[in-house]
Design a binder for this molecule. Sequence first.
Ligand SMILES: [Zn+2]
Length: 453
Amino acid sequence: MAATEKEGARTKQLSSIRVGAAAVNITPPKGTPMAGYYSARYCEGVIDDLYAKALVLDDGQSLVAIVSCDLISIPAYVVAEARRQAAQKIPISTNATLISATHTHTGPTLWRESALDELVGANSKISRKYSEDLPGKISAALVEAFEKRQHSRLWIGRHEEHELSFNRRYWMRDGSVGWNPGKLNPNILRPVGPIDPEVLVLYAESEKGEPLAAYVNFALHCDTVGGSLISADYPGVLSKRLCEYKGQQFITLFGNGACGDINHINVNWADRQKGPQEANRIGTILAGDVMKALAKLEPITAQQFQIKSEVVQLPLAPVTDEDIKHAKEIFAQKEKAKFLDLVFACKVLDVAARKGKPVEAEVQVIALGKQVAWVGLPGEIFVTLGLNIKSGSPFPYTFVVELANGSLGYFPHRSAYSEGQYEVVSARFAEGAGELLVTNALKLLLEAHNSAK
Ligand SMILES: [Zn+2]
């Protein structure tokens, strides 16, 4: 083949979408209360830094921003303020920004108007200050990515990973459903539900062929490190490994998939799976999956974005006066209370504080032509719900991103409610709320697909 023909083939791949990526450090200072569990612990140092990373995509008519933060979750008020600040500086509409959290359990707490705030120290001055400063940092990442945007080549692809993630709910031999029932537990029969093995990758290079950024989506709870040192957990390792491959300028954004009931614990494997070394293992394997996907990417030929979002009213979990009385008693015992009782108490007190007012949830779809779509959902979504979105989506590539644009807690699928256990005890919403998110997401996906050119 003549050199000019080769050039021709490469030029054909040049996308009309301009791309920019940026990362802003959001590591909290020492002494910051840390998120993750139902008791307070304070940051004593840093294993690896936390970032707010932004990918800005410009189709010539409208801007889209996909943002990922190394945080446990991002409350809707932080998202609203980050969007507002960004819209003051760059021409982006507020519903065109998807801001999600990786769900790292070794980051700062954010104040989020929950009973849990008191238990983890999120009411503290230092947490409130962090929560107040965060929108400015997210907006700074967005503005920097906007300024860096350039003509690029864009690809999309996938690989499957079946050995990293596990459904953490199990049918036990006595007919009950166990939650994280422990390694080599002889009473385990089988997992209650599936996993989602899809590793979805959007990859961008500059016009000259320099690697710019990747957006990686996989469904796996981000809670492997533990302790009181700050870490981005396995998505941090994933970023590091891809930098080793693509260069230090390379920016990897990680959007967690529907992993409400999915974690990394292999109950058939006796080895301990906790600590920074476990994050290294998972991040490294995932990086390998991304590298495998890179070898079979297809170019993105779509040229225009469609942005759809809708606010859905969610029915609250039913709570009786008796529940409220009981919850107050449990809550007064703080860490001395049993774990599931404390989870129950926080849920009941949060629901009671709504005084019957339904919660508003943003369901967001950002689509690129008829080729690629992102679905942003504001909570911890059970995997079956995510799989239902993917199988019903008219797009060949659908990123389902949880903990996006808000942080409303767990969304179990309908049948999980009668099985009980942690996520169900914790869920602030009535049975069927998760399916409401799915129905609305599918509606928006269809609308976006129908109106795409
Ligand atoms: Zn979680």
